[in-house]
Design a protein around this ligand. Structure first.
Ligand SMILES: [Zn+2]
Length: 559
């Protein structure tokens, strides 16, 4: 049974607590297991006709609207608003009767208060329709993902200020039915205000130019080397300064270098096997190989025994107990016709180039795998500590020293002068290496690059001008462009140079101006995250809504 809490006609503190607009009055509050019900009355002396906008004082009738408000102490809150219909007395107006507007508390025909809708929209924007449906179940009666998405779709577009410096880039998205593949859209970012201005569902000259024409305040456009954007900007805003983005310039150079190194595959392959000074003494390679062989021998033995026992009709549980293996192992081995062989040979290969260093540290008395691993990561080793740990464990067993020693006296236990074959670098890896900042190359990579450059004159020439180009881009040394062009034209990068010169103005601007596409890339990254949260059947329109509102997620909290 509902218990009346407040029966007084007027109660200012409650009115304040509810933050109601001034012309509302609280008539009644009741609490029941279903939640709190608050009866409000709208007390306006007149209302404006929505058609002729002329105020009317002639009341037609009284009726009640019901709407959900923000939950209160974990209880749902329902407003019952007593409101009115009014007559329009203007003879020429077609509207005879109209309902009073309760904005901003309650929008027209809404079943939730505006502040509850804002909160629900914030949650939906920050998550997805489905997650929001689960989360908001605690604060509202159940809302379906479709309803939530509909609320997002009706959000007004955020206010846009005239932009002056923008970045433009493409992004991929899936639209239409599954299996139709990806399409490319255009993302436009205000580089001064750090926000997405718009998403376009296409990436073609016509639609991009149309958008740009509607934004004539734009003076500077940062773009990648795509001809589409260049043409669209030239068509729509011929006065605007185009700036080639430095990130894309380096990316472009990397692609060109990869194609170049693909023509040099024979040289790359030769580099893999440098002349070995002598054959490796067995001691350095022995430990892991030996234990590996022992392990494989045991696997083969178990495999044989399992198949023999099954042939003798022994059940799996008994086999497992007798051979000291688990039952899943028995089942797995039963499915293998051939006995198992060496697993993951690649694990060892990743460590190979670093073995001389490990042996050297071992000779110096270091016994701490963690420490050695940390030192290796500084040299460009990217794999886990456990690989190093396994190798060190083999050395420990071979050297027969107790586990607890982290340091012992130096002793010349291993020959470290063995030249181990380095990993083969692919064309793309070498291209990345050349573009990478020299200070961020590992010593091993730097040495490799130096050897590669001395091996082939053409490679030396290309690497030299490529590194100069990277430096010019990174330090924005546009004044060095002419000298660089002269030098680079005589190398295999000639066609890259020619293509750059076709957009010389934009290139020079990119090499001198501070404008950076960096945050456009950041926005594309953010867009990808939003995309992964799903944008369902509403497709591109919802994706756009979510991206444009991504910066204004706190609208519900009055910020
Ligand atoms: Zn009217």
């Amino acid at each position: 049974m509902a218990v009346p809490l407040v029966c007084e006609y007027s109660m200012p503190p409650l009115f304040n607590l509810l933050r109601l607009p001034p012309h509302f009055r609280v008539l009644d509050v009741t609490q029941s297991p279903a939640g709190i019900r608050i009866v409000l009355a709208s007390e306006v002396p007149s209302a404006s006709c929505p058609r002729c906008l002329i105020s009317s004082t002639s009341r037609h009738s009284t009726y009640t609207r019901t709407a959900q408000d923000l939950a209160w102490s974990g209880q749902s809150v329902t407003f019952q608003v007593v409101t009115h219909k009014w007559r329009c007395r203007v003879a020429q107006c077609a509207q005879r009767v109209f309902a009073e507007r309760l904005d901003p508390l309650l929008r027209r025909s809404a079943r939730m208060t505006t502040r509850l809708i804002d909160l629900v929209c914030s949650v939906t924007l920050a998550t997805s329709g489905r997650s929001a449906a689960r989360l908001t179940a605690h604060i509202t009666p159940a809302l379906s993902p479709t309803t939530l998405v509909r609320h997002i779709m009706t959000l007004p577009e955020p206010a846009i200020f005239p932009a002056h410096i923008i970045g433009i880039d493409e992004f991929s998205f899936r639209r239409g039915k599954p299996g139709q593949g990806h399409h490319f859209g255009t993302i436009i970012v205000d580089l001064e205000r750090h926000r997405v201005l718009d998403l376009l569902p296409e990436r073609d000259v016509v639609s991009v130019a149309a958008w740009l024409r509607n934004h004539p305040t734009i003076q500077v456009v940062s773009r990648d080397r795509s001809g589409t954007f260049a043409q669209a900007i030239t068509t729509a805003l011929p006065e605007a300064q185009q700036v080639l983005d430095r990130f894309h310039l380096l990316q472009n150079l990397r692609d060109v270098l990869e194609r170049f190194f693909l023509t040099k595959r024979d040289v790359l392959r030769q580099m893999r096997h440098p002349p070995m000074p002598s054959s490796p003494p067995p001691s350095a390679r022995l430990p892991e190989h030996q234990s590996q062989d022992e392990r494989v021998a045991r696997w083969v033995q178990i495999h044989q025994q399992i198949h023999d026992l099954v042939a003798k009709q022994v059940d799996v549980t008994t086999i497992a107990r007798r051979l000291h293996v688990s039952r899943p192992t028995v089942y797995r081995y039963l499915h293998m016709i051939q006995p198992p062989s060496v697993k993951h040979p690649s694990v060892r290969r990743t460590l190979d180039p670093f073995i001389p260093y490990i042996l050297q540290r071992w000779n110096e008395g270091v016994r701490n795998a963690q420490l050695i691993w940390r030192e290796l990561t500084n040299q460009g080793y990217t794999h886990s500590v456990s690989n190093v740990g396994r190798f060190v464990k083999q050395l420990r067993q071979e050297t027969a020293l107790p586990l607890k020693f982290k340091h012992v006296l130096p002793a010349s236990l291993y020959d470290v002068t063995i030249a181990h074959a380095p990993l083969a670098f692919s064309a793309i890896q070498v291209a990345r290496l050349v573009v990478r900042h020299p200070e961020r190359r590992a010593r091993r990579e730097q040495e490799y690059l130096e050897r590669l450059r001395t091996a082939d004159d053409q490679i030396e020439g290309v690497c030299r001008v490529a590194e100069q180009f990277c430096q010019m881009v990174r330090l924005r040394q546009g004044e060095r462009l002419d000298a660089w062009v002269t030098a680079a034209q005589s190398t295999a990068l000639r066609s890259f140079v020619m293509s750059l010169l076709k957009e010389e103005n934009a290139l020079r601007a990119g090499l001198t101006q501070a404008t950076s596409q960096g945050q456009t890339e950041g926005q594309v990254h953010k867009l990808k995250l939003i995309k992964r949260q799903g944008y369902g059947h509403a497709g591109f329109a919802l994706l756009r809504q979510r991206v444009l509102h991504a910066n204004s997620c706190s609208l519900a909290l009055g910020k």
